[in-house]
Write a protein that binds this ligand. Structure first.
Ligand code: FAD
Ligand code: NAP
Length: 548
């Protein structure tokens, strides 16, 4: 039985409206269409790809190995696609996503260049009514927010920045035609993952590069290189098994069953060195207590600081590059290609903003401490209004006209990270309260989409019209998510995980820090118990009385 109740006289009514055409929106469309639902995707950009369409800065690539950072839903797709590097570049990932859109004929149900500005739940009709920037109106019984966790660029609020006479670029809105930096004096603000990838690449092009660092970050060498055909073939032979395991843990690393606190100094150093030589995020899994025991974490952090001091020739620069104010991994770990080595180049200078803060930007450059740095180009690698940013930019109103941004004014609240009470039939992918950016996101996305599709199937089989997170279940989940974070070292850093990078954003750890398999089991258990904690209804719920 197909649930479609699309009104044939009004082509703008769908079963499901999906917002966003990145990894999440495309997979949601594929699955929902496969269920016989009428689904339509609205995408602000002119092309599929999401993050991989927008983030075109020099050096942009994934830091989960390409063979894992890809869809698992089609065995044919994973066999036929050939990755050329261990960590694929942005253009290669975008080519892959475009290939997926063609192969599964997705484009015909995607409307590009269409930003959704408003989503209002019509209680009487039990439908989401959406309005786009151009004033177009569409509606869907269900609405899926595939709007991305790292979508809204965060620009630094520095006095005088509007006076800068040169060009200013944010890494996430890098011009598609590219930027010729040869012979230019370039400043980069920000040393998170984007800055750490861009800085070595920009240093090779620019005449001079000045890096403005507020917080030193831990970065692990990628040791990237071509993906040898035999390595790829061997992996592909066991792809199904690799994928099965990835669904449990997110990304396949060598997970240790030993605690750093339980082994001697020599064994610790040997293990850190072995993993450093292999590179990547695997390094963080050297021991199983590194994210919960500060003393253990100090040992791995000190190992990295020793590597920085051994790599960077100028001891003062090396000291500035050594992170000392947060545990390793409590901010998103970075993976680089020649990052620390870049500071040995004659054309690269580090400005430590902890010692010499930026005072202002003028027409000709950046004034930090007592020094004026003359610049032609300013690159802001200053991150995102993460996890909730894209949702905050849509005026979302649920039952009784309640605004999502108001509901979340003190921090986001969700049940399972998938729905939020007061907003029936509105699903969020990789949203707050889910593992989201803490795991390989393609794996997380496939899980979320799968859970949502199972839920829609359940509703249709039971003849039900709506599902809504219950208040009590949501409260319990928020407590549970907070408790999981408090068992870890995550709260010890001023990170974007906590919203600390956006002035005025409530300081709440937004992600569910449990293991992916635990989260999956919890989601499955809720579904198995008939969507325990949710309210399922056959007909639209009556509107609540207006508050006096
Ligand atoms: P996105 O790719 O962000 O897509 C969301 C889409 O929604 C965008 O195209 C946006 O234009 C659209 N949209 C948003 N709001 C609206 C609106 N109101 N109306 C219409 N359209 C809208 N994760 C990993 O696991 N491994 C990695 O190695 C990794 N590398 C990354 C590198 C960079 C540079 C960045 C920025 C992120 C990286 N990530 C990585 C995280 C990345 O966000 C996810 O892996 C994944 O690409 C997210 O896909 P998505 O579809 O959920 O969101
Ligand atoms: P980010 O991690 O938030 O880093 C932003 C940087 O800008 C930080 O160093 C921050 O300093 C600095 N900054 C912000 N405002 C500033 C200001 N006003 N003055 C000076 N410095 C300022 O953002 P990102 O690097 O774009 O990365 C975001 C996330 O995207 C990553 O964590 C990751 O999940 C994903 N990503 C992944 C990859 C990859 O390798 N695959 C690449 C890029 C992005 P503070 O730390 O002091 O705030």
């Amino acid at each position: 039985m197909i649930m479609t109740i699309q009104d044939p006289t009004d082509p703008r009514q769908y079963d499901v409206i999906i917002i966003g055409a990145g990894f999440a929106g495309l997979y949601a469309l594929h699955r929902m269409r496969g269920m016989g639902l009428s689904a339509r995707v609205y995408e602000a950009g002119p092309e599929v790809g999401g993050v991989w369409f927008w983030n075109r800065y020099p050096g942009a690539r994934c830091d989960v190995e390409s063979l894992q950072y890809s869809y698992s839903f089609s065995p044919e797709l994973e066999q036929e696609w050939v990755w050329t590097e261990k960590y694929a570049t942005q253009p290669e990932i975008l080519r892959y996503i475009r290939h997926v859109a063609e192969r599964f004929d997705l484009r015909r149900d995607i409307q590009f260049n269409t930003r959704v500005e408003e989503a209002v739940y019509d209680e009487a009709g039990a439908r989401w009514e959406l309005r786009t920037e151009a004033g177009e109106r569409v509606s869907g019984r269900f609405c899926v927010m595939a709007t991305g966790a790292l979508t809204v660029p965060q620009l630094p609020d520095i006095p005088g920045i509007e006076r800068f006479a040169g060009k200013i670029y944010h890494t996430a809105t890098w011009p598609h035609e590219g930027v010729d930096l040869s012979g230019r004096r370039v400043g980069v603000i920000g040393t998170g993952s984007s800055g750490i990838q861009a800085i070595p690449a920009i240093a090779k092009q620019a005449e001079q590069l000045v890096v403005f660092q507020r917080t030193a970050n831990f970065s692990i060498p990628a040791w990237n290189g071509p993906l040898q055909p035999e390595v790829q073939q061997t992996w592909k032979k066991d792809y199904r098994e690799h994928r099965r395991r990835a669904r449990e843990v997110g990304t396949l690393y060598e997970f240790s069953d030993k605690a750093a606190s339980q082994v001697g100094e020599e064994e610790r150093q040997r293990e850190y060195e072995r993993r450093w030589q292999k590179g990547g995020v695997n390094f963080v899994h050297s021991f199983n207590d590194l994210m919960v025991d500060k003393q253990s974490n100090d040992t791995i952090a000190e190992f990295v600081r020793a590597k920085i001091r051994a790599t960077v020739k100028d001891p003062q620069v090396a000291e500035s590059l050594c992170p000392k104010d947060h545990p390793l991994g409590s901010k998103r770990i970075c993976v680089d290609t020649g990052y620390y080595e870049t500071y040995n180049r004659d054309n690269v200078k580090l400005v430590d903003l902890k010692k010499t803060p930026i005072r202002e930007v003028s027409a000709s450059g950046v004034h930090a401490g007592d020094v004026h740095h003359e610049l032609d180009v300013l690159v802001c690698a200053t991150g995102f209004d993460a996890v909730t940013g894209a949702l905050r930019h849509i005026d979302i109103r649920g039952r009784n006209g309640q605004q999502l941004s108001r509901k979340w004014a003190e921090g986001p609240r969700s049940y399972l990270g998938l729905m939020t009470s007061g907003f029936p039939n509105l699903f969020i992918i990789t949203g707050p309260g889910s593992p989201s950016v803490l795991v390989n996101m393609v794996v997380g996305i496939e899980h979320h989409v799968g859970w949502i599709c199972d839920c829609l199937d359940h509703l249709r089989r039971q003849g039900l019209a709506s599902i809504e997170a219950g208040q009590a279940a949501e409260d319990r989940w928020v407590e549970h998510v907070n408790a999981a974070a408090n068992k870890t070292l995550f709260p010890l850093a001023n990170s974007w995980f906590l919203g600390a990078n956006v002035p005025g954003k409530p300081r709440v750890f937004m992600l569910y820090a449990a293991k992916l398999w635990v989260y999956r089991q919890e989601c499955q258990a809720v579904a198995d118990k008939g969507y325990e904690g949710f309210t399922l209804a056959a007909v639209p719920r009556p509107a609540l009385a207006e508050a006096p």
